[in-house]
Design a protein around this ligand. Structure first.
Ligand code: THU
Length: 161
């Protein structure tokens, strides 16, 4: 029997002032976009902002529904926009943040499993790693080099044969 190991490392800065200017601006845009979330059920406003290879910026936010499973996460809302408006354009950096109306918003969150799968396919399709900046409305920022690090042994179209 063989044992295989998956490891990854990521960077942490204490707050947005430790980021390069362009990254800090992208995170700031994501934080501002939490106001656009429609999250009356969870009261957990998630937003993200992407910097594309063509220099454009795209935002997304979670959009919930009284029929709960109909709601969509911020990341997949963003991917739908990027895929439609800038088809196959690489996403170089994606900042993800949230504003919890019930509690603290100062620790980073990372994309849910479904969004990891969706981001993984976009990364593969565009052929460029998606760098993630994960943070709350304040406090530390995690910098992750690729969505691959968050989804080991990812399922992809190759598995479909
Ligand atoms: N949510 C996102 O938008 N992105 C994530 O990666 C995690 C969760 C949303 C879904 C739901 O509207 C709310 O956060 C609470 O789960």
């Amino acid at each position: 029997m063989k044992e295989k190991k998956f490891q990854f490392s990521y960077k942490v800065v204490a707050d947005a002032t430790g980021l390069a200017e362009a990254d800090a601006a992208l995170l700031q845009l994501a934080r501002k976009t939490t106001k656009k979330a429609y999250a009356p059920y969870s009261k957990f406003n998630v937003a993200c902002a992407a910097k594309l290879a063509n220099g454009k910026t795209v935002v997304g936010s979670n959009q919930e529904n009284a029929s709960y499973p109909v709601g969509i996460c911020a990341e997949r809302a963003l991917l739908a926009t990027v895929g439609t408006q800038y088809t196959d354009e690489p996403i170089l950096t994606l900042a993800v943040t949230y504003h919890s109306l019930n509690g603290d918003s100062s620790h980073p969150i990372s994309p849910c499993g479904m969004c990891r799968q969706a981001l993984s396919e976009y990364e593969k399709r565009s052929g460029t790693p998606i760098r993630l900046l994960l943070s709350g409305m304040e406090g530390p920022v995690y910098i992750i080099s690729t969505i691959k690090d968050l989804l080991p042994l990812a399922f992809s179209e190759e598995d479909l044969g």
